[in-house]
Write a protein that binds this ligand. Structure first.
Ligand SMILES: [Zn+2]
Length: 180
């Protein structure tokens, strides 16, 4: 075993720390296979380049009470509520992910959903994700009436193409206190 000088391990970033907090919060899955597509989507479609992150297995699914891990979802909801209030978040982007409905590669399904819902097909997992959208909207974000909420599902095709499908527009509940 060799040891190197700690000084040699220090890297000084050319990017400066900013005292100004972002007003957007992105909640997405930890799955790094999507990272470049998510970054591209946020920057070039939503025009969001400066944002807080809540990245965890399942992304927004970690906030939903589906499955058997109720304590886990409660904990993530508390963490999310903390960020919304302490960081004065004005806009939140929720990104689920999986295969294109009925055709995408099976391995593109979210591993966290597979853990929560063992034995379910990709189609059944997608259906649960869409139910979780309704589960999330009112209970979690309804207490923040001025919060702008965007909900998407990153869908992987066999070609590797990633499509970001807007799930917000299909939610009638979103027309009330939640603006999108
Ligand atoms: Zn995932």
């Amino acid at each position: 075993m060799t040891t190197e000088s700690p000084v040699a391990e220090t890297y000084v970033s050319s990017k400066r720390w900013s005292p100004t907090r972002p007003t957007a919060l992105v909640i997405a899955c930890s799955d790094g296979r999507l990272q470049q597509s998510v970054d591209d989507f946020l920057q070039n479609h939503l025009r969001i380049t400066y944002y807080d992150r809540l990245y965890a297995p399942g992304g927004p699914g970690a906030l939903a009470s589906s499955g058997y891990e109720l304590l886990r979802s409660d904990q993530f909801r508390r963490e999310c509520t903390f960020l919304l209030t302490a960081h004065c978040v004005e806009e939140v982007v929720l990104i689920f992910h999986g295969a294109v409905s009925g055709e995408g590669p099976d391995e593109a399904a979210c591993a966290d959903y597979r853990r929560k819902l063992p034995g379910r097909s990709a189609t059944e997992i997608e259906a649960q994700q869409r139910r979780d959208v309704a589960d999330l909207l009112r209970p979690l974000f309804g207490a923040h009436p001025h919060l702008r909420v965007h909900i998407y599902r990153a869908e992987v095709a066999h070609s590797g193409e990633v499509r970001f499908v807007n799930l917000t527009v299909s939610q009638p509940e979103s027309s009330g206190a939640l603006s999108v």
